[in-house]
Each structure stands twice: as C-alpha cells, then as structure tokens.
Design a protein around this ligand. Structure first.
Ligand SMILES: [Mg+2]
Length: 203
C-alpha cells in the first residue's frame, strides 16, 4: 500500500546532501553584522549596512563557512535587523544583501528579526531564531555553536544551550568573559569548533 510521504523539512544548498534522520545534526549559528560582513560606523556608533553597497562580506568568513560546510556543519545565520521596522533599511536592500550572502556563504538558513521590540522572542538576546531553526532543521543544540560579536549574540546562544564564541573586535572587549571562548580571528573560531571532539561531526 502507499504511504503518505511526509513533507520535507530539510533543505540544503549542498548538492547531493541528504540528511540521515538518525544522526542529530550540528550547526554553527552565525551572527551577521561584524561576523559575516563588516559593520558600518555611523557617528562613532556600530551600525549595520542599510544598502547593498554598504554590505561587504569578509573573505575570512567565506573561508570559515566553506570549511565548516565541508566538515558537515549546518550553517544558520541569525541576525537582528530592527532598522527594517525603524525605516532605515528597505526590504529590497535586505533581500539583495541576503541574496549575495546566500551565493557566497551558502547557509542552510537565514533567520532575521525585523522587530526592535526587546520583548520579541526572536530578537536576540532571546533565543527564538535559534530555537525556530533548530526545530525546523533538526539541530542538536547542545552540540552546536554560535559565533557572534556582541553581548546579545552570546546571551542568545547561552539561552538556546549552544556553545558560544565571541569574535574579538575593538568594540566588544567588555563582553569577552561572557563567552565560552574568544576567537581572535575567523580562523581561530574555526579551530576552536573543530578541535571540540565532543561536538565535531563524525565523518
Ligand atoms: Mg553583530
């Protein structure tokens, strides 16, 4: 007899990759601004790109993500974008940035939160974006990581139960003690994740 085929809940940009439902999948969650692309300084304050022209992806982030993907990690971008609701960022500019991000980083998902409301469950430091992606993609949070450059990233990671890495920058020195690890560079973050035998995916 025919059995109903369940709707696919997993998509990947990786050609030929098929999930083994028996194997919990590990992910690296990545903050966007300051981790994947450069921040934009406005009046001495760290801000986000508002146009596709301001969106500049770190070559080191491309290398990091390619390496993690090759080693079996799912990649999930988790980004607060309150400038959408504040009117500083047009939806079509965000779409253009994320199309470029998809082309060059090949994440399995891009989660963004447009709300500027600090009570929004998806707005970091709340873990909603991580939890939503984990449920949808079948991610084992305890075996996963987040790489961020802000207190909100580290707090969201801790609330979701993932390991946390702060990518050290001149503007986040006050946050370093809050993360499980501090990475001096993208390559350093990769080394920290891949040295963790308990969480590294088995080949
Ligand atoms: Mg950031």
């Amino acid at each position: 007899m025919l059995h109903p085929v369940p709707a696919p809940v997993w998509r990947s940009t990786r050609k030929g990759a098929l999930p083994d439902p028996a194997v919990p999948r590990r992910a690296v969650f990545l903050d966007r601004d300051g981790v994947i692309n450069t921040v934009v300084m406005r009046g001495g304050v760290v801000s986000s790109p508002w146009t596709r022209g301001e969106f500049s992806i770190f070559p080191e982030a491309v290398d990091l993500c390619a390496s993690l993907r090759r080693n079996g990690w799912l990649l999930v971008v988790v980004t607060n974008q309150p400038d959408l609701s504040r009117g500083n960022l047009a939806a079509e500019e965000l779409e253009a940035m994320h199309a470029e991000l998809q082309r060059r980083i090949h994440p399995d998902a891009i989660e963004f939160c447009a709300s500027g409301d600090d009570s929004d469950r998806r707005r970091k430091p709340h873990p909603g974006m991580l939890l939503d992606a984990a449920e949808r993609l079948g991610i084992d949070l305890a075996a996963s990581w987040i790489i961020g450059d802000s207190r909100k990233d580290i707090a969201a990671g801790r609330a979701a139960g993932v390991h946390t890495i702060l990518l050290a920058t001149p503007y986040n020195s006050a946050v370093r003690e809050e993360a499980d690890a501090v990475a001096a560079s993208h390559a350093d973050a990769r080394a920290i994740i891949e040295a963790d035998a308990d969480t590294a995916p088995k080949p």
